[in-house]
Design a protein around this ligand. Structure first.
Ligand code: NAD
Length: 261
């Protein structure tokens, strides 16, 4: 229960990596503000289950992070309901793939807004109170695509490189304080976001789902294994610990060797 009484926002925590991070932080004693889209009944069920399992306070805010006004509202409602924002996990993200000449302008704008600008807004709204308490943890879920590129992912790669840059700047601006800012760069993790890419590949290349998964891994991830959601979540908990207080401005890869190539 090392993070008892801390309050954490995990954006995009109704699914995938964000949900895993929220659960790991709750297990460590954090009160949690969940956020994201989904069926209200399913979200409520998840919230009740976490309260029951971990005995901490769990709230939900449906802020649409593509809107800066909603991001401000998320920080405000967390501060009101959980007493502050000690830990900010910028995780919400979307993907769109297309060659650049055919990349729809509205998809570019949406990917940049959700994957990059929402982190800028959340950090600028949450940082003043972290500075006041002289303690805070900001963890941005970037991607291997924050460090290297793949074709057909112009908006995602631009946004994730932006997240890694933003992380470094915030780390420098808070370097003499108790606030740290880091990025995590996962390789392939089996979540709904990647499921869609596997299905697309299976359809386009006339493969079974199992074959498409195998191909996807073989192309990029030398371990030929998916990263587990829990492995990302455990790293987040470690970055929130005192042992990690001098880890600042890094982009930590959890990618089965992807970026070693
Ligand atoms: P996911 O699709 O399972 O979850 C995305 C979450 O973001 C959901 O809760 C969704 O509701 C939320 N979301 C989307 N748009 C939103 C908006 N406008 N406002 C609020 N919430 C919104 O995806 P995931 O794979 O768990 O991805 C989580 C993060 O990890 C993303 O930033 C993604 O880029 C990153 N990532 C994922 C992988 C992977 O292999 N899955 C690899 C590297 C990085």
């Amino acid at each position: 229960m090392m993070l008892r009484q801390k309050a954490a926002i995990v954006t995009g925590s109704t699914s995938g990596i964000g949900l895993g991070i929220a659960r790991a932080l709750a297990k460590s004693g954090c009160n949690i503000m969940l956020n994201g889209f989904g069926e209200p009944a399913a979200i409520e069920k998840q919230r009740a289950q976490m309260i029951n399992e971990f005995g901490v306070e769990i709230q939900f805010d449906q802020a649409d992070l593509s809107k800066s006004k909603d991001v401000a509202g998320l920080i405000e409602s967390t501060t009101r309901q959980l007493g502050g924002v000690d830990i900010l996990i910028n995780n919400a993200g979307i993907q769109h793939t297309a060659p650049i000449e055919q990349f729809p302008e509205d998809r570019w704008d949406a990917v940049i807004a959700i994957n990059l600008s929402s982190s800028f807004h959340a950090i600028r709204f949450a940082l003043p109170q972290m500075r006041k308490r002289n303690w805070g943890r900001i963890i941005n879920i970037a991607s291997t695509h924050g460090l290297v590129a793949s074709e057909h992912k112009s908006a995602y790669v631009a946004a994730k490189h932006g997240v890694v840059g933003l992380t470094k700047v915030v780390a420098l601006e808070t370097a003499t304080t108790g606030v740290t800012c880091n990025a995590i760069c996962p390789g392939w993790v089996l979540t709904p976001l990647v499921d869609r890419q596997i299905k697309d590949r299976a359809e386009h290349e006339n493969l079974s789902i199992a074959e498409a998964k195998k191909e996807l891994l073989a192309e990029k991830q030398p371990s030929h294994e998916f990263v587990a959601i829990e492995q990302i979540a455990d790293l987040v908990v470690f970055l929130c610990s005192e042992s990690a207080s001098q880890i600042r401005g890094t982009a930590l890869c959890v990618d089965g060797g992807w970026t070693a190539q």
